[in-house]
Design a protein around this ligand. Structure first.
Ligand code: MG
Length: 249
């Protein structure tokens, strides 16, 4: 599938979608505290997304049973919200959320500390978030896609952490997942050339230990194979003539 270039009208809709999603994440952040279940986070997220007249895009996507993914500690992504999973002081929790606004998608993830967390937990949250910003320094018209990938990996590994290989970012627009795939690690080729009007979901997933992951028996939840902490940070961005525009922040 070809990479789509969005028109000014489409960009305006994706800006609005992103602004709403950013607001949803900020409100979810306020909601996070020890003692709540990941199910309650999902309920809250679903209500928030719908309160803006949007549709939670993850619900029913390839059969996913909830409106957002909530992944705790060693869970990398795609955690299924559950009444039995109660957040404890010291946990870290990744919330991945997507919504549709007037037929256009936005996709973003944040990892939050639950109460007071360890130095390791603080480190992985900060490095994962910053690796996104290091990556998008290269997200400029005329550059090549995989320059972003390499920059993310370099930054993460310079802090002694590792980048998950089995899952990648993606183009986004009228579909949640469009071309191209966007790895968070070095590639043998340069990848496509970036052009203004491309909209991309860049989403580093970082493990404290080794990069290997496994899937749990629910066929959704991805965990670090060595059981180490994992964090996720994602935004939908727009390639412009100059600096990239972060639509979901
Ligand atoms: Mg995504």
């Amino acid at each position: 599938m070809a990479v789509t270039i969005k028109s000014d009208r489409e960009i305006e809709l994706m800006r609005e979608a992103g602004k709403i999603l950013a607001e949803v994440h900020l409100q979810l952040k306020e909601f996070i505290k020890p003692g709540i279940s990941t199910y309650e986070i999902n309920e809250k997220a679903d209500k928030l997304i719908r309160s803006y007249g949007c549709i939670p895009s993850f619900l029913g996507y390839q059969g996913f049973p909830a409106s957002v993914c909530v992944s705790v500690n060693e869970e990398v992504v795609h955690g299924i919200p559950s009444k039995d999973r109660i957040l404890l002081e010291g946990d870290i929790v990744s919330i991945d959320a997507g919504l549709i606004y007037k037929d256009y998608h936005s996709d973003a993830a944040r990892t939050w500390p639950v109460g007071e967390v360890s130095e390791d937990a603080k480190k992985i949250i900060e490095v994962t978030e910053q690796s996104f910003f290091e990556g998008i320094k290269l997200a400029r018209s005329g550059n090549h896609l995989h320059e972003i990938s390499a920059a993310i990996q370099e930054y993460v590994e310079s802090h002694g952490l590792s980048v998950v290989r089995d899952l990648v970012g993606h183009g986004i627009g009228r579909q949640m997942h469009e071309s191209p795939q966007i790895p968070n690690f070095k590639q043998r080729n340069r990848g496509i050339r970036l052009h203004p009007g491309m909209t991309l979901a860049i989403e580093p997933m970082v493990n404290f230990g080794r990069y290997d992951v496994s899937w749990l028996d629910d066929d959704w939840t991805v965990v670090s194979r060595d059981g180490s902490l994992s964090a996720h940070y994602e935004n939908t961005i727009l390639i412009t003539e100059g600096e990239p525009e972060i639509l979901s922040l």
